[in-house]
Design a protein around this ligand. Sequence first.
Ligand code: NAD
Length: 257
Amino acid sequence: MSLKGKTAVITGSNSGIGLGIARELAKSGVSVVLNSFTDRDEDHALAKSIADECGVEARYIKADMSKGDQCRMLIEKAGACDILINNAGIQHVAAIDEFPTEKWDAIIAINLSSVFHTTAAALPMMRKAGWGRVVNIASAHGLRASPYKSAYISAKHGVVGMTKTVALETAKEPITCNAVCPGYVLTPLVESQIPATAAQYGISEDEAIDKVILAKQPSKEFVTVEQLAGTVQFLCSDAAAQITGTAISVDGGWTTQ
Ligand code: NAD
């Protein structure tokens, strides 16, 4: 089955993993809806470059994934949603007794509650279309914990749990729901942690990558955006029609330890 003519909504896709997934789906003939909370010329230019490059419809819709009504509005404005990629996410690192409440609230809203709102809005469209794919970009931190990331780890474990529930609720329909659990990927989210980690430990940036950031990733290599986009493509294919409710690790061996 070809994905040509399907429409994908990718939350948090003006950067990093979400943008990479949007590009890869567009190369397969999928119309894409990019999203973030900003409304800059460069956001719309990204959509235009994908449209020009891939010959598909590509739009950018501003919607703040920390707000439930805007999550639902994104899906409504998209008009169709055969493929929903829940990707928007933020991070904050602090001990739990020093964790700012507003950061906790923002991470739970963007990384977890948005998945509830967009999925609730998209499933009726998928049912009407008679086909659907929900792919939630969780994390190795949806399956394992690390210190100082209480909100992120709670949210990502929640996403893995919600993935299983949605899979059961759609099990008899031609709709699947899966989570992808990446290890460390070199995106702006991680790049910004390298100098801070080096300074914190008094080591070079190369040592910070090897000894701290990739300490848990046995391959000692970053996962690439292209590898994640390929995993999403597979989950959208016919070969994956009976794969639902799973959490697929793409983490260089992290969670097998
Ligand atoms: P990124 O910072 O490059 O991308 C995050 C995206 O989310 C951006 O497009 C940003 O604009 C968007 N976003 C942030 N707040 C938003 C809001 N309120 N409303 C709408 N969009 C918002 O980071 P990334 O590494 O590409 O992360 C993408 C996803 O992958 C996240 O869910 C992250 O937790 C997950 N992930 C990343 C890694 C990694 O190592 N980079 C590992 C595991 C999981």
